[in-house]
Design a protein around this ligand. Structure first.
Ligand code: ZN
Length: 408
């Protein structure tokens, strides 16, 4: 008797493979995503400085929101009443929210972790809050992203093996609790068909956007992904992967990386963990990396990635280009009439000179942040397009050779 789960909330289809790399299509209630995909980070329901229509123009198919930040401000109930994040930010493409676990662990030195959950203080006003697997799920259901994440503990680095094991075991227990809560409440998503039906009969205030959303299939709802932990220990990663997969999620994430470990170790752990994740389910590597790294991970068989690097670096004037990294603040660009990246077709590179971008940055103009972010996102999305193309063409070797050529 699982009738209520018959509606398809997510579908993953692999269309081409080359070695471990694969090109696929992930269908969510809010549209299709070509994978491997880079997901820009919109921490507070905003990719800082970039309006939604520009994100659409760039070809962004899925955005990431941070549960921890949105829970604190504007608050889950406010978002839910606005039709979820889709309604609040007027974005009808897919959204993924993290569980809040990573921010609780990275932003809160005073957190208290117990089997129940985590007590933490708001970085905004110092007020005390509590996240459990159940309350983190309730928050993510209220936010209404298409893909939501199990509540996990991000193990610190470095850590003793026994500590890593204990943390991994707790993450597994939390995954089970997350799943149980989600199964019992998955019909409460703010854009679900039951919510829309309720809206029409009770004259509930449902935002225009959510009401008109015909793309949402009847009965479709969110999908909950499991997260593999296990620190930098290959054996524990294997065990975490196998036991998480046994629980049966529609997708799997590799968490707990990019926490200060050397890059070679990140790669080693990613590669060894991927072996134990089912080939027919999407695999999400959380919180990595440079354009070269995301290309490399995609070729290893990762389907989804997110990172604050392109947006954060842009706000500091660091720009990724086909000719290498550029620090636009440097005086050498003061009278440089050339586009930021002659090989980039983004609206910034088509129109403005390096001299103008340098001037905006040096003058602390808001537009500097906007234009720099648009270009960096465009570069990341183009990188993923190139990776997908190379997998489709079976040109892994050539792609890697071109990418690793020394920059001028
Ligand atoms: Zn550009």
């Amino acid at each position: 008797m699982r009738l209520e789960f018959l509606a398809v909330s997510i579908q993953f289809q692999i269309e081409a493979t080359n070695g471990p790399g694969r090109v696929g299509r992930l269908t969510t209630p809010h549209g299709e995503i070509e994978t491997p995909v880079f997901m820009p980070v919109g921490t507070l329901a905003s990719v800082k400085g970039v309006p939604q229509d520009v994100l659409e123009e760039l070809g962004v198919q899925i955005l990431l929101g941070n549960t921890y930040h949105l829970y604190l401000r504007p608050g889950v109930e406010t978002v839910r009443r606005m039709g979820g994040l889709h309604g609040l930010m007027s974005w009808d493409r897919a959204i993924l929210t993290d569980s809040g676990g990573f921010q609780v662990f990275s932003l809160n030195e005073l957190r208290k972790v117990s089997e129940d959950g985590v007590t933490f203080r708001s970085h905004l006003d110092g007020s005390s809050h509590f996240f459990s697997p159940e309350s983190a799920m309730a928050a993510q259901i209220g936010l209404g992203a298409d893909i939501i994440m199990a509540f996990d503990e991000c193990t610190e680095y470095p850590a003793e093996r026994e500590r890593v094991r204990a943390s991994m075991e707790m993450t597994l227990r939390w995954a089970e609790r997350s799943r149980k809560y989600f199964e019992g409440h998955r019909n409460e998503v703010p854009w679900g068909s039951s919510q829309l039906a309720a809206g029409s009969s009770q004259e509930m205030q449902i935002p225009r956007f959510a009401r008109d959303d015909k793309a949402v299939e009847e009965g479709a709802t969110q999908s909950l992904f499991g997260i593999v932990q296990g620190g930098m220990d290959r054996e524990l990663r294997r065990e975490s992967a196998l036991r998480t997969v046994e629980m049966g999620f529609p997708g799997y994430a590799i968490g707990g990386l990019s926490v200060g470990e050397p890059r070679a170790l990140t790669r080693e752990i990613v590669e060894s963990t991927l072996e134990y994740l089912p080939a027919d389910k999407p695999r999400y590597l959380m919180g990595v990396g440079t354009p070269e790294e995301i290309a490399e991970y995609a070729l290893l068989g990762v389907d989804m990635m997110d990172c604050v690097l392109p947006t954060r670096a842009a706000r500091h004037g660091l720009l990724f280009t086909s000719q290498g990294k550029i620090s636009i603040k440097q005086a050498q660009y003061a009278q440089d009439e050339s586009p930021l990246d002659p090989n980039c077709g983004c609206r910034v590179c088509r129109r403005y000179s390096r001299a103008y971008l340098r001037h905006l940055y040096a003058s602390n103009e808001l537009l500097a942040q906007v234009l720099n972010t648009v270009h960096n996102l465009s570069y990341y999305l183009d990188t993923m397009r190139a990776v997908r193309h190379s997998i489709q063409l079976g040109e892994r070797a050539r792609f890697l050779a071109e990418r690793s050529r020394p920059k001028p």
